[in-house]
Design a protein around this ligand. Structure first.
Ligand SMILES: [Zn+2]
Length: 324
């Protein structure tokens, strides 16, 4: 990087990995670190985040670059204004004031947001969202996250917790969700939801193809279901059809509310997008209305899945940091 060019650290904290990068204001990733997340306790999660940040700070200093600020994209419910992780479905975290903790440890301004929000920010700057003023992003993985971009800015709402698209209710009274509600999009169409559907079918129909597959593998996760569906398994195909329909209804609601030019889908489950696409588009066609439907494109993310979280978090810091 050029001498004196400003840089930020971006940290991506999820249930399986804690990753980070040093990103220059010009958008170049100059250092990267990744460790498994030790989610045995709140303290162990925080220790991992500090460790990754420290390693990046040292590497940046050795490379002669000045890290001005730190951005964090965290897989959980966030209060942006207070810098708080209120709850995480995959980690033992409750009301963790992560922004304050990291500012003390790292002696720099820290900006904390939801992992899907920072992914949407990165997509808007460098990915499919480059050509859109208004965009909604859904991150499809073990859970479903979301980010809403209005006029190229992330929409955060009053307390800074907007964009919980995964907890939009698709079927009131439907399957229970990790948030305490029922029938949320996440409980209907996430990787976890599809695995649950497969387990239910395998248990209810012991002579079914899925029950036979269940006996051979340790879990009926999306990867196994994808393989089975591609080999022609009707029950596995039915699960993708159902998830695709639910996603389509959720996306149609977003289209009706926001009239975005673009809906972007990212995350591991998009590897199976072709198995769901027709049903998803069919449900959007039935549920979204008029001009909003006609003017919206639904596309896949154009960014590297492995990198997008840390990159978006660093962008968050670069955008919000103001030198004094
Ligand atoms: Zn929910």
């Amino acid at each position: 990087m050029a001498e004196g060019e400003i840089a930020a650290i971006g940290l991506d904290v999820g249930g399986s990995k804690t990753a980070g990068m040093v990103l220059t204001a010009g958008g170049a990733a100059v250092e990267q670190v990744r460790i498994p997340t030790d989610r045995s306790s709140q303290e162990s999660v925080v220790a991992g985040v500090v460790q990754v940040a420290m390693e990046l700070l040292e590497a940046a200093a050795a490379g002669g670059s000045e890290v001005a600020a730190v951005g964090v994209g965290f897989a959980g419910f966030i209060e942006f204004a207070r810098g708080l992780v209120t709850f995480s479905p995959n980690m033992p975290i409750r009301d963790l004031p992560l922004k304050n903790v990291l500012e003390q440890e790292l002696s720099r301004p820290v900006f904390l947001d939801n992992d899907a929000n920072v992914a949407a920010l990165a997509e808007s700057r460098w990915g499919a969202g480059r050509r859109a003023q208004h965009m909604v992003q859904l991150t499809l993985g073990t859970g479903i996250g979301g980010g809403i971009i209005i006029g190229r800015q992330l929409y955060r709402g009053g307390a800074g917790s907007a964009g919980e698209i995964g907890h939009m209710v698709i079927s009131a009274g439907g399957p229970p969700c990790c948030c305490g509600g029922t029938g949320c999009l996440e409980a209907m169409a996430s990787g976890t939801a599809m695995e649950r559907m497969a387990e239910e079918i395998a248990a209810a129909e012991p002579s079914s193809s899925l029950a036979r597959l269940r006996a051979e593998v340790d879990r009926l996760d999306v990867r196994r279901l994808d393989e089975a569906a591609r080999a022609g398994d009707r029950l596995a195909l039915g699960i993708f059809r159902q998830a695709g329909r639910s996603l389509g209804v959720g996306i149609a609601n977003l289209i009706n509310i926001f009239n975005p030019e673009l809906v972007v889908l990212s995350g591991g489950v998009t590897a199976s997008f072709d198995l769901m696409e027709a049903y998803l588009r069919e449900a959007v066609g039935e549920t979204a209305v008029g001009l909003s439907r006609e003017s919206c494109e639904i596309v896949l993310s154009e960014l590297e899945e492995e990198e997008v979280g840390a990159r978006g978090a660093a962008l968050l810091a670069l955008e919000l940091f103001t030198p004094n």
